[in-house]
Design a protein around this ligand. Structure first.
Ligand SMILES: [Zn+2]
Length: 266
């Protein structure tokens, strides 16, 4: 489901909507194909943990099979199928990650942001080799060092990056990325670039750019909650503050041009 958002950059205000860009891989589901006391039927997922729409309450859990959703229904897979697939695809990516350098622009465009970020630190005796790798990654931002790895049971895609503290101390991080195959097709976005407007917009960059200050993006909600926890004598009652709706206000080009001009000349 798409939600509304207004993206503001200085005087440019873009009314937009956003939606998830990735699809989840279909998980394995429990299917009923018929109980000992009923007729066989096409595989159908259990509606409740112990209920089949055709058979009613499940009486024999040994008759429940595993399956995967297909465009036409459900395909039954055996324990052996799953074990074989796991052996072939998951086992080879356990315990190690083979890193290949790719052109950063290409790699980042073809993949998407995914959940986790992990700090990677050397074990004893491996410190110097670790620093070699860190320096290589750090000194080549034009390259992305990526590979596949299985933390638990799924083969995930990771890129190595370097996170540097303000003190200059640096550590390797492993960032999970979404593969092209789990990204939905890129939605079409209509509209044209008005070059005169673009020049005005670009001219605001020197005025707009500022040194990055982490306090700009502090999690003020978390800070407020922490303060409440300290202040509260009894129960802390937190109400959602997400009631403010994004407005979808469209600004005319002429208005924007006038405002940008005024800003550039100010
Ligand atoms: Zn059934």
């Amino acid at each position: 489901m798409a939600r509304n958002i207004t993206i503001n950059y200085g005087l440019l205000s873009v009314a937009a909507k956003y939606e998830p860009a990735t699809v989840r891989a279909e998980p394995m589901v429990n299917l009923c194909v018929g109980q000992p006391t009923t007729n066989q039927h096409d595989p159908s997922p259990l509606t409740m943990p112990k209920h089949c729409t055709t058979c009613g309450p499940i009486t024999d859990f040994d008759a429940i099979v595993k399956g995967i959703k297909t465009p036409d229904g459900y395909a039954v897979v055996t324990q052996q199928d799953v074990a074989d697939a796991k052996k072939a695809n998951v086992e080879q990516f356990k315990g190690k990650i083979d890193i290949i350098p790719f052109t950063t622009g290409q790699f980042m465009t073809a993949t998407g942001q995914a959940g986790s970020v992990q700090y990677v630190t050397p074990v004893k005796g491996s410190e110097d080799h670790y620093q070699l790798l860190l320096k290589l990654v750090q000194e080549h931002p034009e390259l992305t060092f990526a590979g596949q790895y299985t933390p638990v049971s799924k083969v995930a895609l990771y890129r190595l990056a370097v996170r540097t503290a303000p003190t200059g101390e640096a550590c390797l991080v492993m960032e999970e990325r979404s593969r092209e195959q789990s990204m939905k097709p890129v939605p079409s976005t209509s509209g044209d670039v008005n070059e005169a407007l673009f020049d005005l917009l670009e001219a605001t960059l020197p005025k707009m750019e500022q040194p990055y200050d982490p306090s700009l993006f502090e999690d003020t909600y978390a800070l407020a909650v922490a303060k409440m926890a300290i202040d509260a004598q009894d129960t802390v009652n937190v109400k959602s503050s997400s009631t403010e709706k994004a407005t979808a206000k469209v600004v005319a080009d002429d208005d924007l041009a006038a405002k940008l001009k005024a800003l550039a000349e100010s």
